[in-house]
Design a protein around this ligand. Structure first.
Ligand SMILES: C[S@@+](CC[C@H](N)C(=O)[O-])C[C@H]1O[C@@H](n2cnc3c(N)ncnc32)[C@H](O)[C@@H]1O
Length: 280
């Protein structure tokens, strides 16, 4: 709970942020004890629900827990101030425990063998995918910031599944175009990098054969802290909103947006959603 209390103002769900702001406002404006208590209970209920989901989810592996711990304790601000990272990386960029386990389920359920990830950060999701893949499975993960390469290798190599992961450093658009030139294809493709290029990534994925037959694209941050259904505040929010709208007009695919953490959107080709010969 201590971690939650200090980071409420950065919560992915704008409803929680608003409640938290209200709670702080009311502290300085003498409202009745009942109003204060009801608001405290509302926030508490929200976290009880989150905790309940976590309590009833299988635990993460020791190696995933180590990555999570390292991500929260790494000196990101100092590294950025010293010019060692390209941008100000933050622990909440990592999907974390609940979504990590959900993603593992998707990989396992789809019998995937090859996963492409756009946006590695500290390697949490890359390792979660690798853990759910068979022995011969492979995760190719794309990252722009060279600082992260050794860190990811150091931590993922602590796991027997780490050898399934290879990291490609550089702008993801270039990397995925090279993968397409090499005729590579993937059963699961996870988009979790700069939202302003999601639509470009999607077009390469769909038009250049990166998505294997019966493959699924998984898009993280599909709600983008509420910016896709409220006012957009920055170019990442605008990118995510445009992506969602463009995608909803794409008649080649079926899609569902589920409100896990910051929103996860799943995308499959129409023909892969239908039994043979069946109409929609
Ligand atoms: C949200 S984090 C990824 C989190 C990771 N999937 C996880 O949950 O453990 C996004 C990452 O994408 C990287 N990134 C941003 N723009 C990129 C680009 N154009 N090409 C490749 N990586 C990029 C960032 O450096 C950052 O590490």
């Amino acid at each position: 709970m201590a971690e939650e209390l200090t980071t409420l103002g950065q919560h992915m769900d704008p409803v929680v942020v608003k409640l938290w702001e209200l709670q702080n406002m009311l502290k300085s404006t003498g409202v009745t004890v009942e109003i204060q208590r009801t608001l405290d209970e509302a926030l508490d209920l929200f976290f009880k629900r989150e905790r309940c989901c976590e309590d009833h989810t299988s635990p993460a592996s020791l190696e995933l827990q180590q990555i999570s711990h390292m991500t929260f304790s790494h000196p990101w601000e100092d590294l950025y101030a010293q010019g060692k990272t390209l941008w100000s990386l933050r622990p909440f960029m990592m999907v974390g425990f609940l979504e990590g386990q959900f993603l593992k389920f998707l990989v396992s359920m789809s019998n995937a063998k090859r996963v492409l990830e756009i946006g590695t950060f500290t390697g949490y999701t890359a390792l979660a995918f690798a853990e759910a893949l068979p022995e011969e499975g492979e995760v190719i993960t794309c990252e722009f910031d060279p600082y992260l390469e050794n860190l990811v290798k150091e931590y993922t190599s602590k796991s027997v599944h780490g050898r399934k992961i290879s990291i490609r450093i550089g702008p993801a658009l270039e990397t995925i175009n090279k993968l397409a030139d090499d005729k590579q294809s993937f059963d699961i493709i996870f988009l979790d990098a700069n939202k302003d290029q999601y639509w470009e990534y999607y077009q390469v994925i769909m038009d250049r054969g990166l998505l294997a037959p019966r493959g699924t694209i998984v898009v993280d941050n599909a709600l983008f802290q509420g910016q896709v259904y409220c006012e957009t505040k920055d170019k990442m929010g605008e990118g995510m909103k445009a992506f969602n709208e463009n995608l909803s007009r794409d008649t080649r695919v079926k899609t569902v947006l589920v409100p896990i953490r910051d929103g996860v959107r799943l995308i499959r080709r129409i023909e892969d959603m239908l039994a043979k010969g069946q109409a929609d």
